[in-house]
Write a protein that binds this ligand. Structure first.
Ligand SMILES: *Cc1c(COP(=O)(O)O)cnc(C)c1O
Length: 455
């Protein structure tokens, strides 16, 4: 066995043991950063070590400091787990080590990206022929789409931002809902567009149509982008797309949708009503590493007009071997990058159309079970309309909610974080892992009952 194979076998053993531990291990990490630093050791060795030993040290030293993100009882943030075919495909991605920039240099990658892209448009109900770029995550997907939008609305005024930059050109107005995700603000900051103008949202975080219409009517007809949201991180709520997209288009705006986890509602016949009208927008950002459950890092930047995306992201290099049919490089900000679409292809090929719908429906069913279980706890109130995968609950007062969250984390059965939503301290549950079972939900609810002192 050569050193490389020995290292891979060592990694395989550790990976399989880690995955097998998930059903019963405490979800929070057991060790602190300092403890792991000591276990890893801070001295840079003077010379080489056996690769298999290095992998063994890494896995052994890190294990206590790992949070069980892929556990069926991790409900923090919105993270997703790792679907088996996608995880295994990701190992191949590392072994293959393709630089997925150019069509003719990695035909296998380009083929997988094109097939996965077409399947995604089909599953998400988006216009066929839209460009699909594979980014690191939804933050960069929002950035990519908004870059295409920014340049397109400026081009309509005769201003070429790609050549002349932004200074001296017409100001681009960006309208976004009060409860948009902060990744939208970050993307706008990267793009030199500053802070968005906020449009009032309702109690669930949905953009108020009248407020949008008023903003569109009063701000002049300069270049405008409207950012809508599919899936609020607290409530799971969806903006009223049919009317909002129509109003924005009537005002000549580019409409972008941040649907990091929520866009996947479209893949389920039962939940597709939530995204009705969304397909009429101009661009959409979503993650594959959340609801679809592929490994990090994988987001999707989808733009109706491929030439708008190409104008913002495409490049020419004399040493590159470019193809007139377009290259993966023309759709994302990065140059060198790993083969993200292989994992998406594997997840979709493994789940099939009905498997993706089942996945979405299962996540929603578990969220509803959480809401029902929490509503039965004395003094607890579910604050949101549980329409999708998110649940926000309050336990009587700020202090009690805080105490319940603290005890829950100490208990370790499940990982659920707190948040502040519309001025109230809340327990925020996000169900996004394919492997979560009814038993996981039962165990997590038991832990919440214990933590709230009513078990
Ligand atoms: C997670 C999330 C983002 C950011 O996505 P990353 O993949 O973490 O970059 C943006 N918008 C919403 C609604 C999200 O849930």
């Amino acid at each position: 066995m050569d050193a490389r194979e020995a290292a891979l076998r060592q990694a395989y053993g550790h990976a399989v043991r880690w995955l097998a531990s998930l059903s019963d291990r405490r979800v929070p990490a057991r060790a602190s950063v300092d403890e792991i630093v000591r276990a890893l050791g801070v001295e840079l060795p003077d010379g080489p070590g056996r690769p298999a030993d290095v992998v063994d040290l890494l896995a052994t030293a890190c294990e206590p400091g790992l949070t069980a993100f892929p556990s069926g009882r991790f409900y923090g943030f919105v993270v997703g787990g790792t679907e088996p075919a996608a995880l295994a495909a990701d190992w191949l991605v590392s072994a293959w080590d393709q630089n997925c920039v150019m069509r003719t240099v990695s035909p296998a990658y380009t083929a997988a990206e094109e097939i996965a892209g077409a399947w995604l448009l089909d599953l998400l109900g988006l216009p066929g022929g839209s460009a699909v770029g594979f980014t690191t995550g939804a933050t960069m997907a929002n950035f990519t789409c908004l870059a295409a939008g920014r340049d397109a609305v400026l081009r309509r005024t005769g201003w070429n931002a790609a050549v002349d930059g932004l200074a001296g050109g017409p100001a681009v107005r960006v309208l976004a809902g009060e409860d948009r995700h902060m990744a939208v603000d970050l993307a706008l900051r990267y793009l030199g567009l500053g802070k968005p103008e906020l449009v009032q949202a309702d109690g669930q975080g949905r953009m108020e149509l009248e407020a949008l219409r008023h903003a569109l009517a009063t701000g002049g007809r300069g270049p405008t982008i409207v950012v809508l949201q599919a899936g609020d991180i607290h409530s799971g709520a969806f903006d009223p797309f049919v009317e909002a997209v129509r109003a924005a288009h009537e005002a000549g705006a580019w409409v972008h949708v941040d649907g990091a986890f929520g866009l996947w509602a479209s893949a389920s016949p039962q939940y597709a009503y939530l995204t009705a009208g969304c397909a009429d927008a101009d661009s959409w950002a979503t993650d594959a590493h959340k609801t679809l459950n592929v490994p990090y890092d994988c987001g999707l930047a989808i733009v109706r007009d491929p030439s708008a995306l190409g104008a913002a992201m495409g490049l020419h290099g004399d040493y590159l071997i470019q193809d007139r049919r377009g290259d993966p490089i023309d759709k994302v900000p990065e140059l060198s990058r790993r083969g993200r679409a292989f994992t998406v292809w594997a997840a979709l090929r493994s789940l099939g159309r009905s498997g993706v719908a089942d996945l979405v429906e299962r996540l929603c069913r578990h969220a509803a079970a959480f809401a029902a279980g929490i509503a039965g706890i004395e003094g607890a109130t579910v604050l949101n309309d549980v329409v999708f995968t998110q649940v926000c609950a309050e336990f009587g007062s700020y202090e009690r909610t805080e105490r319940v969250l603290g005890r829950l984390l100490d208990d370790g059965t499940a990982w659920i974080s707190g948040s502040t939503w519309h001025g109230r301290r809340v327990m925020r549950i996000s169900v996004s892992n394919w492997s979560t079972t009814e038993d996981d939900v039962r165990r997590a609810l038991d832990a919440i009952r214990r933590a709230s002192g009513s078990a």
